[in-house]
Design a protein around this ligand. Structure first.
Ligand code: ZN
Length: 266
């Protein structure tokens, strides 16, 4: 929304950025997500359970927070200093924000209509075929050296997605990350430190969906991408909120994190 009209207070004072909750948005079965930036005057933007301010508040997002918009739907009319609209943006399962307070570069709807059921529609391109089955047992190494199991995943990623570069990453003292044991990869469809956009975002979405689909064959334990995590051990829950909205690297908006199954630690 852009044009200036009168103000409506659609804000919660003193609310912190709220995270958590299950986000059942399934990137594998969806198409054409958009993105936007929370554009409030001062206060956080209330996230609602339904596309109306009369529904339950389920969170709040600070001004400047980047959001992924899975689809859009008509709801209650909301007027902000930037205009008046009945469009609402779906940013997760039972998570809606008025488009009046989201800067998208478009007036009104610019992405898919929500179908009202499972509602996920993150864009994916053509899915590459199945990878080979990972022949390597769980193992430990020390970054920057990958385990054979993780190196195999990198090689299969490289074949399926030649445009995505996967790094082992450096040893991180004092950290328990899977990178340290050589069991994790960070894969960049675009540049480190930049929100993946356009073709890079789409390729990342496709790769994330592919990794999820073939996690069993690849021995992938979990995948993090676009502030969402999918874990083999909680596979039925789909993609869940990772809880770092708007943080480019912490929120994994610039890279896909892949952890492979490692030995059980005693
Ligand atoms: Zn990582």
């Amino acid at each position: 929304m852009r044009s200036i009209k009168k103000t409506l207070a659609l804000t919660v004072s003193g609310a912190a950025v709220v995270t958590g909750g299950i986000v059942g948005v399934d990137m594998a079965t969806s198409q054409a997500a958009g993105s936007g930036t929370v554009h409030t005057v001062r206060d956080p933007l209330t996230v609602r359970a339904k596309p109306t301010t009369h529904s339950r508040a389920v969170g709040a997002l600070r001004k400047g927070t980047k959001v992924t918009i899975y689809c859009q739907q008509r709801g209650q009319r909301v007027t902000s200093p930037w205009g008046s609209t009945t469009w609402w943006d779906k940013i997760g399962t039972n998570r809606w924000v008025s488009d009046a307070y989201v800067s998208t570069g478009h007036r009104g709807r610019f992405t898919k209509l929500c179908n009202g059921s499972t509602g996920g529609d993150t864009g994916t391109g053509k899915m590459p075929g199945a990878p080979r089955a990972n022949p390597y047992p769980p193992a430990m190494s020390r970054a920057p050296h990958l385990t054979k199991r993780a190196a195999f995943v990198r090689a299969e990623m490289q074949k399926a997605f030649p445009g995505i570069r996967c790094d082992v990453s450096a040893y991180r003292p004092g950290s328990k990350t899977d990178h340290n044991s050589g069991n994790a990869l960070d894969c960049f469809p675009g540049r480190f430190g930049s929100f993946a956009k356009g073709a890079n975002l789409k390729e990342g979405n496709t790769a994330a969906a592919w990794l999820r689909k073939y996690a069993g064959r690849l021995d992938v334990q979990y995948v993090i991408w676009q502030n969402r995590i999918w874990n083999m051990s909680r596979a039925s829950e789909g993609w869940r909120d990772y809880g770092r909205p708007g943080q480019v690297t912490q929120g994994h908006y610039d890279h896909i994190h892949i952890s492979v199954n490692a030995p059980v630690q005693h």
